[in-house]
Design a protein around this ligand. Structure first.
Ligand SMILES: [Zn+2]
Length: 172
């Protein structure tokens, strides 16, 4: 078995305290996500909040990203405002209960929620898919960093379980 590729230790500051992990619900990557978190020495140090598409729901409440969504999806999910509220509510109680200092936003390849929620043709290649996830993840990262002064690290997992760093905040 070949070794998985994870970000280098110099690419972001590893959390020293507790954190919240925000991931998709995708069942194919449950073990891969766990392996990565254990690799970062985070076993039993994180609250795990899983929602379809990870950061994508918060994009639907932003004017600059709303146009990427299918109109019927925005109507059905009411711009995902209640998803976003739920995420913030859980993050606030996690900060209160567990002194959360960091957040991992973990996006992934071949996300069914991205396909279901976004207009067809938003991305056609791996690079475009990566950039699309990065757009939503970084936007959420900025919101969480400014609202709660948390360190936020955004990652992309491919379907083999390799992990790539998309962004880390605050920037050095
Ligand atoms: Zn997904």
């Amino acid at each position: 078995m070949s070794a998985l590729h994870y970000p280098a230790i110099t690419e972001y500051r590893l959390p020293k305290k507790n954190l919240m992990v925000i991931s998709c619900i995708d069942l194919r990557l449950t073990d891969d996500l766990l392996n990565f978190l254990h690799f970062d020495n985070l076993a039993n140090r994180y609250d795990h909040f899983a929602l379809a598409g990870a950061s994508i729901c918060t994009g639907a409440t932003r004017d600059e990203h709303k146009e990427l969504f299918k109109t019927e999806v925005l109507e059905h999910y009411k711009n995902f405002a209640h998803w976003k509220q739920c995420l913030h509510d859980h993050l606030e109680i996690a900060i209160s209960l567990h002194a959360i200092k960091d957040v991992y936003i973990v996006e992934h390849e071949d996300c069914g929620a991205y396909k279901a929620f976004l207009k067809d043709g938003v991305f056609a290649s791996w690079e475009e898919e990566l950039n699309c996830h990065k757009t939503f993840a970084v936007a959420l990262s900025k919101e969480l960093h400014s609202a709660y002064k948390l360190n936020v690290h955004c990652f992309m997992i491919d379907i083999r379980g390799n992990v790539k760093l998309l962004d880390t905040a605050p920037h050095a």
